[in-house]
Design a binder for this molecule. Structure first.
Ligand code: ATP
Ligand code: NCN
Length: 203
C-alpha cells in the first residue's frame, strides 16, 4: 500500500489543499492521502503564531476532503509528535508495510532547510513537491533542492516515486492553484464552502 502524508496547518483548509492532495493521488497512483492536521507547526510556534483550535481546523478539512481516498487525521496529536521527522519515524515503525511519501507545496521546499533534521527526513521517505504560484523558481533553487539535486526524478517518472528508495524527490509543475490560507484569514478571499462528494479518481 502506498500513502501520501500531507502535513499542514490547514488554518483554514481550502481548495488549494484539495488540488494538491488529488494531484498527488493521481500522478503518483497512491492508494490514499492522509492529511496530517498539525497540532502546531514548530516554526510557527517558535514565531509565536497562534492557529485556530485543532478541532476547528480538522472539521474544515473534513468538509473539503470528501473523497474516498483522502483521510483527514489527527495522527500527530495522537502520537504526541510535532516535528515531521518524529512523525514519519513513528508512522514507519507502526506501519512497516506501507510505503509513505511526504507531500508539500513549493513554498515548503523553499523552507525545508529550516526544519529540524531535514536531511535525515529526506533519507526517510520520498518527497513530492507541488508547484505553487510565486514559489516554483525559489523552490528549485532552495538549499534542500541543491543539496539533493542528484536525487531529483524527472516529472515523467513521478509514478515511480513511491517505490524509489529515498532520498528521492519530484517537483511537479502544471496547473497551479492560487489559493492560500493567509489570504482567507486576511479576508482577501471568502472562506471555502463545503464541497459536494467527489467520485474516485481514475486508476
Ligand atoms: N495553493 C497551493 N498550491 C500548492 N501547495 C499548497 C497550496 N496551498 C497550500 N499548499 C501546501 O499545503 C501544505 C499545507 O499548507 P498550509 O495549511 O500552511 O496552507 P497555506 O495556504 O500555505 O497557509 P498559510 O498561507 O497560512 O501559510 C503546505 O505544504 C503548502 O505548501
Ligand atoms: O519538522 C519541522 O521542523 C517542521 C517545520 C515546519 C513545518 N513542518 C511541517 O510542515 C507541514 C506544513 O506546515 P504548514 O504550517 O506550512 O502548513 C506541517 O506538517 C508541519 O508540521 C515541520
Amino acid at each position: 500500500m502506498t500513502v501520501g502524508l500531507y502535513g499542514g496547518s490547514f488554518d483554514p483548509a481550502h481548495e488549494g489543499h484539495v488540488h494538491v492532495a488529488l494531484r498527488a493521488l493521481r500522478r503518483l497512483g497512491l492508494d490514499e492521502v492522509w492529511w496530517l492536521v498539525s497540532p502546531g507547526n514548530p516554526l510557527k510556534l517558535k514565531a509565536g503564531r497562534v492557529s485556530a483550535p485543532l478541532a476547528d481546523r480538522v472539521a474544515g478539512a473534513r468538509s473539503l476532503a470528501r473523497h474516498p481516498r483522502l483521510r483527514v487525521t489527527t495522527i500527530e496529536s495522537r502520537l504526541g509528535t510535532r516535528f515531521t521527522l518524529d512523525t514519519v519515524r513513528a508512522l514507519k515503525a507502526r506501519r512497516p508495510h506501507i510505503r509513505f511519501v511526504w507531500i508539500m507545496g513549493a513554498d515548503g521546499l523553499a523552507e525545508l532547510h529550516r526544519w529540524r533534521g531535514w536531511r535525515e527526513l529526506m533519507a526517510e521517505l520520498p518527497l513530492l513537491v507541488i508547484d505553487r504560484p510565486g514559489y516554483g523558481a525559489r523552490a528549485a533553487a532552495a538549499p534542500a533542492a541543491r543539496r539533493f539535486a542528484r536525487h531529483r526524478l524527472p516529472e515523467a517518472r513521478a509514478r515511480a516515486l513511491p517505490r524509489t528508495a529515498p532520498p528521492a524527490w519530484v517537483l511537479l509543475h502544471g496547473r497551479l492553484d492560487p489559493r492560500s490560507a493567509t489570504e482567507i484569514r486576511e479576508g482577501r478571499r471568502p472562506r471555502p464552502a463545503a464541497a459536494p462528494p467527489r467520485r474516485p479518481p481514475p486508476r
